[in-house]
Design a protein around this ligand. Structure first.
Ligand code: FAD
Length: 387
């Protein structure tokens, strides 16, 4: 039997690899996805229960890309038998007793960015917030309206069903030993034999550097490091209070100046209100009276004081892939013709996944990416030895 030569091999089957395969399968018939773990493995960042989807970045480039990605999510949802996009908005709050300069808070700054981009927002003062979202005890609230959260299991299921229909070959549980070129083709040596491809995409998350080191002649190593949220808890409200915490009443919420973010309870799907405590590197954190999930609840959401508290397990125990310059890594791999990489999503990548998958497939299969990704070029990490 003649050996199969794939048009594209994708190494790494998290949400980025799977979306790359989906977009590539619209242009090309022979696509291979390889991953050392089984798809859905909780060690991969992509297989949790919920992920926030919001546009409220301080950097307008990320805000615009998030909004572009949201359009692709809506298109993808139309192909899914189960809706997964929970459009409850994302509320950024602040309290003067915690962060006295309210005009300098993340809530206020991101609100201005969204307004400049003409994205839908609402602003609340203390009494307006009390009336609309009585769960919060805060002085300001700024709502990113076209935001919310993604319920992940049906997304993974729909992706896998679509890839199966498109006859994409998925070899999970298959370790990649070495990648090199032979006769103009890319040879992927796996634990179960060689696979040949014309083009290569690497979406291996925190395993990207290990994989780059297995490519013959590739000198690229990326300044990516793991980092984890300090705490991630479910607050399970008593049954008689539950309806105050479902997405029709409670949005995704954040107080990013103090490292807090939260998701509403999805009854029958998640055990309670998820609240995490983490300080993203792109946000200047202040030393305040909030230094834990519990101190946030007692000061800003006292209505949850009687909730039962349990740890969030599974993919939320995974690490973020932080990048030294706080920007995504997306583009051609320097010195490896026909190979493209996407990684370094800095704990915020899931919401961008369809846009990233589309871009990686465009880069790999030829054609100009529709999104502006010039800032993300891996070339920026190539050290010049000249002069
Ligand atoms: C706790 C937490 C909370 C988050 N919350 C949000 C959120 O609310 N909103 C949001 O938008 N984003 C969020 N993110 C970020 C988001 O989940 C990730 O950016 C996204 O899932 C990354 O997808 P990925 O496909 O790049 O990586 P992964 O899902 O980690 O997949 C990488 C794949 O590569 C494979 N691999 C690893 N090493 C190798 C190797 N050497 N060779 C071959 N394959 C390899 C792995 O087996 C894995 O399957 C969060 C992340 C974490 C950890």
């Amino acid at each position: 039997m003649p050996e199969i030569v794939y048009d594209l091999a994708i190494v790494g089957a998290g949400v980025m690899g799977l979306f790359t395969a989906l977009f590539a399968s619209r242009r090309s018939a022979r696509i291979l996805v390889v991953d050392p773990w089984r798809i859905g493995d909780r060690r991969a960042a992509s297989f949790s229960l919920t992920r926030s989807i919001r546009n409220d970045y301080l950097d307008p480039l990320y805000a615009r890309l998030a909004y572009e990605a949201r359009k692709l999510w809506l298109e993808f949802q139309a192909e899914s038998s189960e809706p997964f996009l929970i459009e409850c908005g994302c509320l950024n709050i602040a309290r003067a007793s915690v962060t006295p300069d309210l005009s300098g808070t993340y809530a206020e700054q991101s609100y201005r960015v969204l307004q400049d981009l003409a994205l839908r927002t609402s602003a609340f003062d203390r009494s307006g917030l009390r009336a609309r979202f009585p769960q919060f005890d805060a002085d300001i609230g700024r709502l990113d309206v076209e935001a919310g959260c993604l319920y992940v299991p049906p997304i993974t299921a729909t992706l896998l069903a679509r890839l199966k229909t498109a006859r994409v070959s998925i070899e999970d549980g298959t370790r990649v030993e070495r990648i090199h070129r032979r006769g103009g083709r890319i040879v992927i040596e796996t634990a179960v034999g060689e696979r040949l491809a014309e083009r290569l995409v690497i979406t291996a998350g925190l395993g990207s550097n290990e994989l780059l080191a297995r490519i013959d002649g590739c000198a690229l190593q990326l300044p990516v490091r793991p980092d984890r949220p300090s705490e991630s808890k479910y607050f399970i409200p008593p049954p008689n209070k539950r309806d105050q915490f479902t997405p029709d009443r409670l949005p995704v919420f954040a107080y990013l100046d103090v490292g807090i973010y939260g998701h509403p309870m999805l009854v029958g799907k998640t055990p309670g209100v998820k609240i995490g405590y983490y300080n993203p590197p792109d946000v200047r954190r202040q030393t305040t009276s909030i230094a834990s999930v519990q101190s946030f609840v007692s000061q800003c959401m006292p209505v949850l004081a009687d909730a039962q508290v349990v740890d969030v397990e599974g993919a939320d125990q995974c690490s973020y892939d932080l990048v030294a310059d706080d920007n995504f890594i997306l583009g051609q791999i320097p010195g490896v013709p026909g190979a493209v990489i996407g990684t370094g999503w800095r704990g915020t990548g899931y919401k961008f996944a369809p846009m990233i998958g589309r871009t990686l497939s465009e880069l790999a299969l030829g054609g100009s990416p529709r999104a502006d990704i010039s800032r993300f070029d891996p070339q920026r990490f190539v050290t010049s030895h000249a002069g």
